[in-house]
Design a protein around this ligand. Structure first.
Ligand SMILES: [Fe+2]
Length: 189
């Protein structure tokens, strides 16, 4: 698992209703077998998450449930946590945002990671193109997908290949930083 699928800020305002309980893994496909967990989620609390402010509600153990089981009337618990904490849960866990009955917004930062061979929910290379990615650390560049996965996933073909260079390149070359895979450093595209 090496690619964030989506990174977003989420604000739940006063009087907002509860979100329906669901599993995030259904974004990928319902055809993936249950023993393959494609997704891992991090919900960072930027404000205090309390039951009254609509803290994310989770159903512990629900990753092992039969997917045909109805989610109607299922008991859930609020993931209460002070600002700066993080809730970690797999894509198979039943969960949903709670209703905000407090007088203040609840704000969280959601970062979802996917198996590297699945399509990301957010197109990270458009949200963070090479000219922006060049300013980030190599670790963040890798998380955004500016690395080769499993030997060949994620290569690109430059629109104007340079003479004498391969016509398929690892994405690091677009950042002008790569000497990996035996490919010499080139000017950024
Ligand atoms: Fe969700």
């Amino acid at each position: 698992m090496n690619a964030p699928s989506v990174a977003s800020l989420r604000a739940c305002h006063p009087a907002e209703k509860a979100q329906g309980l669901h599993r995030d893994r259904y974004l990928c496909s319902r055809s993936l077998p249950p023993e393959i967990e494609p997704m891992f989620n991090c919900m960072w609390a930027l404000t205090d998450f309390t039951e009254a402010s609509g803290a994310t509600r989770v159903v512990p153990g629900s990753q092992a449930w039969d997917w045909a089981r109805s989610l109607e009337g299922v008991d859930s618990i609020p993931a209460e946590m002070p600002a700066g904490s993080v809730l970690l849960y797999s894509g198979s866990i039943v969960h949903g945002g709670g209703a905000n009955r407090a007088g203040v917004p609840r704000v969280g930062m959601s970062i979802t990671y996917l198996l590297s061979w699945l399509r990301q929910e957010e197109n990270q290379h458009l949200s963070c193109p090479p000219e922006v990615a060049r300013t980030l650390s190599s670790e963040i560049q890798g998380l955004l997908g500016y690395t080769i996965g499993n030997g060949s996933l994620g290569y690109f073909s430059p629109s104007r290949p340079a003479q004498g260079h391969p016509d398929t390149l690892p994405p690091e070359v677009a950042l002008g930083t790569s000497r990996r895979g035996g490919i010499e450093e080139q000017k950024p595209f």
